[in-house]
Write a protein that binds this ligand. Structure first.
Ligand SMILES: [Zn+2]
Length: 121
C-alpha cells in the first residue's frame, strides 16, 4: 500500500564521494538560453552551475542511489503505468514538483509508487 510521503526533505549533506554523473565533474552544464535584454542576439549556449551537484562536481553515493531509485520510479510511472508527471502526482495526492524531486533523487522519502514492487518482482 502506498501513501503520501510523511517526511520530505532535501538532502543537504555532501560527502563528496563520487564524480557527479550529470556534469561529469565539470561543475557546470550547458543550456540554450534566450536573452531579452538590450543587445538581444538570439538563442545562446550558456554555462550554468550543475543542478545535480550544485556546482560542486561531486555527490555522495547516497545521492547516486536515490537518483537510480528515482529513475526506476519514473520508468515505472511512464512505461508500466503510462502516466504523465502531473496526472500521476495528482492521482497519488502530491504536487508535481514533489514527485519530480523524488524521481530526480533530490527528495529523501520512504515513499514508493503504487504497484512498483509488484512490477519488479
Ligand atoms: Zn554536477
Amino acid at each position: 500500500m502506498s501513501k503520501k510521503p510523511d517526511s520530505v526533505a532535501r538532502c543537504s549533506s555532501r560527502l563528496d564521494d563520487v564524480t557527479c554523473p550529470s556534469c561529469a565533474g565539470h561543475k557546470t552544464v550547458t543550456a540554450t538560453g534566450i536573452r531579452y535584454a538590450p543587445g538581444f542576439s538570439g538563442p545562446q549556449v550558456v554555462e550554468m552551475p550543475c543542478f545535480v551537484c550544485d556546482g560542486v562536481g561531486r555527490i555522495s553515493t547516497f545521492q547516486v542511489a536515490r537518483m537510480k531509485l528515482g529513475e526506476s520510479f519514473r520508468h515505472h510511472r511512464v512505461f508500466v503505468l503510462g502516466l504523465g508527471l502531473r496526472k500521476a502526482a495528482n492521482k497519488w495526492g502530491m504536487k508535481a514538483f514533489e514527485l519530480s524531486g523524488i524521481e530526480q533523487g533530490k527528495t529523501v522519502t520512504d515513499w514508493t509508487p503504487p504497484g512498483w514492487l509488484d512490477a519488479s518482482s
